[in-house]
Ligand binder design. Structure first.
Ligand SMILES: NC(=O)c1ccc[n+]([C@@H]2O[C@H](COP(=O)([O-])OP(=O)(O)OC[C@H]3O[C@@H](n4cnc5c(N)ncnc54)[C@H](O)[C@@H]3O)[C@@H](O)[C@H]2O)c1
Length: 313
């Protein structure tokens, strides 16, 4: 029975994960190395609960009990009392492997060790612990309180009991679980990232401009956001690192990241978080403005004289 949950990492995802567990009645210890990150997370959770309250999604009682269910910590001590640990720290394999070695030493027998990683192999993470059968991917989507999906990822050794516990738990949080196996990109990013990469190739090859590419996918495919805008929202550095995981993991050139994506990340144009990507972002403005770099049609890589073809008969 899961009563207390430790969430490691109080960034974008960690605060959302703590929020949904606390709202569903679980005691949550939110852990981060940095005190200011914890304080910022609590402000965000409070603001998001307030928004749910004002929209009538939750009652004042639920709002208050959710806040009462959350404790903040800068050490891993609480793990000794938890039945589930969810790691949502920085997407870096060395950091995650170190954290999992540490969790494995502290967590009591029977504790499930989950990770919210977007792209790092669950099997690789499980292999640094003494209990690979208890390690699983619990991949929430951003923003966590709003998005319904939890991609539940079985590592090579994850036990059927651990999978069914996480599936049931996801439903108790009001989410819809989808169970997948551990291969590069799982399902979400294996399908999403090549689509985004292809949209960037379409821009790079001057097949169409930023707005046209996004409009085709929004209005033609009923996507709520075009792939280039979505890439800016996710972060171009994150998109690049996931494409690299797919490219290396499958050894297939069809996953090669677009050179334009590589250049943009190298130039520090990371999307919303850096203020510029395919679009430009001004603090406080909701207007979507194409970045000046892409606002004009540029000649594609193939240019020169138009071949007039054979003379008319
Ligand atoms: N942002 C997204 O849209 C998204 C979506 C799905 C999954 N994810 C995954 O969720 C995880 C977290 O992503 P994020 O966007 O919240 O990152 P973030 O950078 O916003 O937050 C990461 C947090 O981890 C903390 N941290 C780093 N090392 C730590 C350690 N050793 N112990 C405790 N805390 C530590 C950092 O201080 C930071 O607060 C990543 O694995 C990412 O791939 C992100």
């Amino acid at each position: 029975m899961i009563g207390q949950v430790s969430v490691i990492g109080a960034g974008t995802m960690g605060n959302g994960i703590a929020h949904v567990f606390a709202q569903a009645g679980y005691k949550v210890v939110l852990i981060d190395l940095q005190e200011p990150q914890l304080e910022k997370a609590l402000v965000t959770i409070t603001k998001n609960l307030d928004r749910q309250l004002s929209k009538g999604v939750i009652t004042e009682e639920v709002r208050q009990s959710a806040l009462d269910n959350i404790t903040l910590a800068t050490t891993m001590n609480a793990i000794t009392e938890s039945q589930l640990v969810i790691e949502a720290a920085t997407e870096n394999a060395d950091i995650k492997l170190r954290i999992f070695k540490n969790i494995d030493e502290l967590a009591p027998p029977g504790c499930i060790l989950a990770t919210n990683t977007s792209s790092i192999s669950i099997t690789r993470i499980a292999a640094v612990t003494s209990r690979p059968d208890a390690v699983i991917g619990m991949h929430f989507m951003n923003p966590v309180p709003v998005m319904k999906l939890v991609e539940v990822i079985n590592g090579y050794s994850t036990s059927a009991y651990v999978t069914s516990t996480i599936v049931d738990l996801s439903r108790k949080l009001g989410k819809i679980p989808a169970v997948v196996n551990d291969y590069p990109g799982f399902i979400a990013n294996r399908i999403l990232m090549p689509m985004i990469n292809e949209a960037i190739f379409s821009l790079y090859e001057n097949v169409a401009g930023v707005e046209s590419i996004d409009t085709v996918m929004k209005l033609g495919m009923a996507h709520p956001m075009g792939p280039l805008q979505l890439a800016d929202f996710i972060g171009l550095d994150v998109c690049l690192s996931i494409m690299q995981v797919l490219f290396e993991g499958f050894g297939n050139p069809r996953y090669a990241p677009c050179p334009l994506l590589v250049n943009m990340v190298t130039a520090g144009k990371l999307g919303v978080k850096s203020g510029e990507g395919f679009y430009s972002y001004t603090a406080g403005s909701k207007e979507l403005v194409v970045s000046p770099r892409f606002s004009e049609t540029r000649p594609g890589p193939v240019s020169g004289k138009i071949d007039p073809g054979p003379p008319a008969e």
